[in-house]
Design a protein around this ligand. Sequence first.
Ligand code: HAM
Length: 416
Amino acid sequence: MYQAPRGTSDILPPEQRYWSYIKQTAAAICELYGYQRIDTPTFEDAHLFVRSIGEDTDIVEKEMYSFEDKGGDQITLRPEGTAPVCRAYVEHGMHNLPQPVRLYYMAAIFRYERPQAGRYREHHQFGVEALGDADPALDAEVIGIAWQLYVNLGLKRLALSLNSIGCSDCRPRYLESLKTYYTQHKDSLCPDCKRRLAKNTLRLLDCKNPACLAPTEQAPRSIDYLCPECADHFDQLKSYLNLLNLPFSLSHRLVRGLDYYTRTVFEIAPEGETGSQVAIGGGGRYDNLIEQLGGKPTPAVGFATGIERLVLNLKKQDVVVPALPPPTVFVAYLGKEARDEAMKLTSHLRKSRISAIASLSERSLKAQLKQANVSGARYAIIIGDDEVKSKTVVLRNMAKGEQQTVPIDKVAETFR
Ligand code: HAM
């Protein structure tokens, strides 16, 4: 027996209403904020991700699905959505458009992780990227989109954590101080952190290993090392968030798992929950990434949210999600002539944009009405010999059990 690969899932019909609820809510918010949809390929040149996400990150070190294709190219299945959007921005000369360019995506993401609840090897993200402006008002806008998404979905008790990790001017001084601090505590660090101490010190703040949590509590804070420009940017962002009534708390441990961030970083998680798979969304600024990928210097900010984690939280919080519309009509028949009429009528209904399922094969009326019930159809149409002769159908309201006779050529009209 074949099974879906470990860490992947089938999204079966009963689950689909969560997915369409989330996607529709997200698309409606993007429309409100003037963000346009972009779709990028499922796979890209492997170097794009190594360059963007950073060689010393978990994603690049351990989690990428990479392979050489038959033409000898190094390919990676998209492990995140920001780098491909930046690649597309540069490739299509989007710097010529009015800035910022506001884009959103919904895409499958692949990471070879240890699967557990809320953490999968294939997951899906909704994300937004606003490219071409450094104004902290744009950071506030992106955070506002995230927050409005969660509120509109009906999620409650969420917490927004915020930090600023500075820019290429002020970060080196901070990293020096962080390195000195962690070197003093090297013996108590986990093996990964010991190794990363020299090359990617910032990552240590993010380590979830219990051994590293205690030293990190007392570690130097990036906000104490910001240059005047970054400090001003962060102060403005905080005042905009207050202005927009977006509640946040500062978290000096928040650095995020990707190397491209500058200045603002943020994450949203259910209140009081900690751990590596609880964040439902996160993002930040990445002012150097587009230039690193060969574009002009272009400041940008974005965020992404995991759709599976949203589904988990909607269920956990018992949010009532609208059901997908059932078919309007189930067409039942008795006898061969009635069957031909049923086929013609079903086809006519669909052309008239009335959703219809036709009964198949010879079954008793009782069995067919049972099927109609299971299908969720609001009406059943019944055609028997008498109806064929009189060119009518019996139209039954399934919930009320009421029936009426309607001329067969007036059925679509009756529904409209
Ligand atoms: P990320 O924090 O790596 O950020 O992922 C965003 C969200 O995707 C997470 O908050 C989480 O909800 C979900 N997620 C991540 N990994 C998994 C997984 N293995 N299984 C299930 N859900 C997962 C990014 O990817 C950045 N590109 C976000 C961004 C956009 N930054 C700027 N613009």
